[in-house]
Design a protein around this ligand. Structure first.
Ligand code: G6P
Length: 561
């Protein structure tokens, strides 16, 4: 059995199974599942215990020899069990699918599982609750995986299991049903991405490849969505007509990690362009605080993977309370995309590196489109609509300009790895960018990074500022530039080193180093300001020799609580 997820009542189940004679070879919750399924399938522990960790076996193999041959590993596992005389099998043993179903009734927690039984080598039984399971449909062959990335080399046709579903997969087809055995139906969907998206394509790391993909990612997010004639954006999947859009009194954006920070950029865009009160909140907090769900609010769930458990739980809590929730999601057909009433796909292609880069940018671009769309329905003037559209068109070229300056950031990153940690500060539009910059640095370089709103610095954290703690300051040329400059002065007065990321140059008395980015419209500038911070984190991690694409302790999609 392969298991992705966490069995929350594993201790209780293990104790019961041990009392019934099961012998465990590991402390994992996954082994509890294997024992449960084996027991439900009629493989009862014998006197000698199970050296094979509860691997099911059968005295008289009912299947033809050829079929047993195909079972490979499962067959040898079964042999091991028999050699030890470790298990006895009830002759009335039930079908594997039924055994999985029965076992899962006592399980509390999340799982995506694939199960083999040596007695039924022609099938794999899969089940999902919380952790993704995708079936791949091939030519006289079928696949089970936790992510389409694993399938794309073999097939483009996939089926996403829903929570509470069980599937039996054979070489020539599959059958899905609910945990209480009601048959379900699925139309296979097509994976659009090409194979090259899943390879590093000459780059040392996916993270750098994905940072460099951003000009194209932005183009894809915009493609077919700008309606110049009406100075607006057209988003077919929103499923909100103009009258409903006018009735929206509040927008609440929910996501985790980088998706949350991109949501914060989105909330500011919506407030600025559509003048609708908007804010973002960590979905992981929202779901636990018994939120008040407002009838005239629009809720937007943001997720690259579309499988983040906390975000999905927030969507379900909202739906249960009658809230209207749409998705801003990258993974087509993912759980969050399916649960939402409508939404906008990022079309960023697969993001392999654990840390988000291109999908953060694509999310901000999609929020610009949503804000433009809502803005033009509310009170954004045609002239302002055209101004924003012009800015969006300029983004890909401007990102390419920033990427061309990478060498300079390599040097800065090397320098900064000599410190224990860093501060990131930004004000209003720069604040979510500072947060995302700190998140990137933490995730891949493991250096301590703390983000603060520039205005809050003097209310506490200034006590930490000194020659040993450098600051990255996000300083766009907007109406708050003077305020930001006075923050730089406060840091400099305490001999803190400053790297400013912004527009134009700053006096060396204000910033020790400066990375200049091209100027766009003030509302869209944050999108560009985050790119140098991605490069900074990447090169710091490379300098420190870290596993950039798979940082310690992190997972690409967190499908557990
Ligand atoms: C994990 C990753 C983060 C990511 C977050 C949200 O915590 O480590 O980098 O931002 O999940 O992922 P999602 O797929 O929902 O965007």
């Amino acid at each position: 059995m392969v298991h992705n997820g966490i069995v929350e009542n594993a201790d209780e189940l293990r104790a019961k199974l041990i009392a019934e004679g099961a012998e465990f070879v590991s402390d994992t919750d996954s082994e509890v599942l294997a024992h449960l399924i084996a027991r439900a399938g009629g493989c009862l522990p014998g006197h000698g215990g199970t050296a094979g960790g509860g691997v099911p076996a059968h005295a008289g193999s009912p299947e033809p020899a050829g079929a047993a041959e195909q079972a490979g590993g499962a067959r040898s596992a079964a042999k091991a069990g028999r050699a030890n005389g470790a298990v006895t099998v009830s002759e009335a043993g039930i079908d594997l699918e039924e055994a999985v179903r029965q076992a899962l009734t006592s399980v509390v927690g999340t799982y995506g599982i694939a199960v083999l039984d040596a007695r039924y080598p022609d099938r794999v039984v899969a089940a999902r609750n919380g952790s993704p399971v995708v079936l791949g449909i091939g030519d006289k062959e079928m696949f089970v995986a936790s992510d389409v990335a694993a399938l794309v080399r073999y097939t483009r046709q996939v089926v996403h299991l829903d929570d509470g579903e069980v599937a039996t997969v054979r070489a020539d087809g599959f059958h899905t049903s609910t945990l209480d055995a009601r048959t379900t139906t699925h139309e296979p969907s097509l994976i659009e991405a090409d194979l090259r998206s899943y390879t590093a394509d000459g780059y040392t790391h996916f993270m750098r490849k994905e940072i460099h993909e951003q000009p194209r990612t932005v183009e894809r997010a915009l493609r077919g969505r700008l309606e110049e004639r009406f100075h607006t954006a057209h988003l077919g999947g929103l499923n909100i007509d103009a009258r409903e859009a006018r009735a929206i009194r509040r927008v609440k954006i929910l996501g985790c990690g980088s998706a949350f920070y991109a949501g914060q950029v989105g909330a500011q865009l919506i407030e600025e362009l559509a003048r609708i009160p908007a804010d973002a909140e960590a979905a992981s907090e929202f779901r636990y605080r018994n939120p008040v769900v407002e009838p005239d609010a629009l809720y937007i769930a943001v997720s690259q993977s579309g499988e983040t458990h906390d975000t999905l739980a927030a969507v379900r809590e909202l739906k249960r309370k009658g809230g209207r929730v749409i998705g801003v999601v990258n993974a087509v057909g993912s759980a969050i995309a399916r649960e939402c009433e409508g939404g906008v796909y990022l079309h960023a292609g697969p993001e392999i590196s654990v840390t988000s880069t291109k999908t953060f940018t694509a999310t901000c671009v999609v929020f610009s489109l949503i804000a433009l769309h809502l803005g033009r329905i509310h009170d954004l003037s045609p002239a302002d609509g055209t101004r924003v559209i012009g800015g969006l068109h300029a983004l890909p070229g401007q990102i390419a300009q920033i990427l061309a300056e990478e060498e300079r950031i390599v040097e800065l990153a090397k320098d900064f790895t000599g410190y224990q940690g860093m501060f990131f500060v930004g004000r209003v539009r720069g604040w979510p960018i500072a947060r995302e910059g700190a998140q990137k640095l933490k995730e891949v370089s493991y250096l301590h990074a703390e983000a603060y709103p520039a205005s809050e610095l003097k209310h506490g954290p200034l006590a930490l500022v000194g020659p040993d703690l450098p600051t990255v300051a996000v300083v766009p040329d907007d109406e708050l530039r003077d305020k930001n400059i006075s923050t730089l002065g406060e840091i400099k007065a305490r001999r803190g080193r400053i790297l400013a990321v912004g527009h134009g140059t700053l006096d060396t008395r204000l910033a020790d180093d400066m990375v200049e980015v091209p100027k766009n419209e003030p509302e869209l500038d944050p999108i560009l300001l985050s790119v140098p911070l991605q490069l900074l984190a990447y090169h710091a991690a490379v300098t420190l020799g870290n596993d950039v694409d798979k940082p310690r302790n992190l997972a690409k999609s967190v499908t557990v609580e």
